[in-house]
Design a protein. Structure first.
Length: 310
C-alpha cells in the first residue's frame, strides 16, 4: 500500500518524464539539412545566369550616360561623371527630323498591323475551325506549309510585285499582308483555340437563329480573347522591332520607323554618335515594355489555354 506523501501519480510529487522530439519534426529537419546544399547551389547558379543575362542591359543603361568617345573600349559600367546630353539631344532630332516622327511612324505601323492581324486571322481561323467545306484540310495544310518558307525567299518577288504596282516608299507593302491573313502562325494559334471551344455553344446559337457572322462576333471572339491578345502582343513587338521591311520599302527619311531612325546616328563618313543611339534605343523600348506589361496576364493565359492538339 503506497504512502499518501509519496504518491506516484503524474503531477503530484514526481516530475513528468522528459518527452523526445516528435519523429515527424526530426524527419523534416533532416530533410531540410540534406536539401540545403543543393538549394544553395541552385540559387547561386541562378544568380550567376541572371547576372550574365542582365549585364548587356546594365551596360546599355550606363552607356547612355557616357560620351560617345568613352563608350567603346571602356570597361566601366557606369561613368564617374554621368551626363544627360544624350537624352536632351534627342529633342533636336536627327537630320532635321524630329524623333517623334519615327515613333509616330512605328506606332502607326504597329497598331495598323495589330488590327489587320486580329481581323483577318480570326476570320480565317473561324472558317477553318467552325465551317466544314470541301478541301478544308488541304488548304489548312498548305497554309501551315508556308511557315517553312524563309522570309528571304519571298522578298524579291514581293518587291518586284509592289514596285510594278507603284507602292514602293509607302506603308502599303508593310500592312497589306496583315489584312490578308498571311501570318500562318497566328491563324494556327487561333484555330487550335477555337477547336477547343464547346460545340454546344455553336449548336445552341444556331437553334436560336444565329448565322456564322453572329456566332463569330458574339460567341467565338469573346471566348478567344486570350488568343487574340497573345497575337496582338507578338504582332506589336515584331512590327515595332522590324528593320528589314522598312529598309526595303521606305526611301524617305520622313517615313522611317524607329529601327531605321537608329541607323541615322551613323553619318556618311562612318562616324557614329553612340551615345545618342543608345539613348534612343532605351527610349524605343518603353512602348514595347508598356504594351507587354499591360497585357502580360492575357499573354500567359493565351499560351496556357491554346493547346496544340488537333
Amino acid at each position: 500500500m503506497s504512502s499518501p506523501g509519496l504518491s506516484t501519480s503524474p503531477g503530484r510529487g514526481t516530475p513528468p518524464p522528459a518527452t523526445d522530439v516528435p519523429p515527424a519534426r526530426s524527419t523534416r529537419a533532416g530533410a531540410l539539412r540534406r536539401r540545403l546544399p543543393g538549394s544553395l547551389a541552385w540559387h547561386i547558379g541562378s544568380l550567376a545566369i541572371l547576372t550574365v543575362l542582365l549585364y548587356p542591359v546594365v551596360w546599355v543603361i550606363g552607356g547612355s550616360f557616357k560620351d560617345s568617345e568613352d563608350i567603346v573600349g571602356s570597361l566601366d559600367l557606369f561613368p564617374a561623371d554621368p551626363i544627360t546630353a544624350n537624352y536632351t539631344s534627342l529633342a533636336d532630332g536627327i537630320a532635321d527630323i524630329q524623333i517623334s516622327t519615327f515613333f509616330f511612324n512605328s506606332l502607326f505601323l504597329a497598331v495598323g498591323s495589330v488590327i489587320g492581324i486580329l481581323v483577318s486571322c480570326s476570320l480565317t481561323a473561324y472558317a477553318f475551325a467552325k465551317i466544314r467545306f470541301t478541301g478544308r484540310n488541304l488548304l489548312f495544310t498548305l497554309m501551315i506549309g508556308t511557315l517553312l518558307l524563309p522570309y528571304h525567299v519571298l522578298l524579291i518577288p514581293q518587291y518586284v510585285l509592289f514596285r510594278n504596282m507603284d507602292m514602293i516608299n509607302t506603308y502599303t507593302p508593310l500592312l497589306l499582308g496583315k489584312y490578308l491573313a498571311t501570318e500562318a502562325f497566328f491563324v494556327f494559334l487561333m484555330v487550335q483555340f477555337m477547336r477547343n471551344l464547346p460545340r454546344e455553344l455553336d449548336e445552341a446559337a444556331r437553334l436560336d437563329g444565329c448565322g456564322h457572322p453572329r456566332i463569330y462576333w458574339s460567341i467565338v471572339l469573346p471566348l478567344c480573347r486570350p488568343a487574340l491578345i497573345t497575337s496582338a502582343i507578338f504582332t506589336f513587338i515584331n512590327v515595332w522591332n522590324d528593320f528589314m521591311g522598312p529598309l526595303i520599302y521606305l526611301n524617305e527619311p520622313g517615313k522611317y520607323t524607329v529601327s531605321l531612325g537608329l541607323k541615322m546616328f551613323v553619318d556618311q563618313e562612318g562616324i557614329a554618335n553612340y551615345g545618342g543611339m543608345i539613348a534612343m534605343s532605351l527610349v524605343a523600348l518603353l512602348p514595347v515594355l508598356a504594351f507587354f506589361l499591360a497585357f502580360q496576364r492575357y499573354l500567359i493565359d493565351g499560351m496556357a489555354t491554346s493547346g496544340l492538339k488537333g
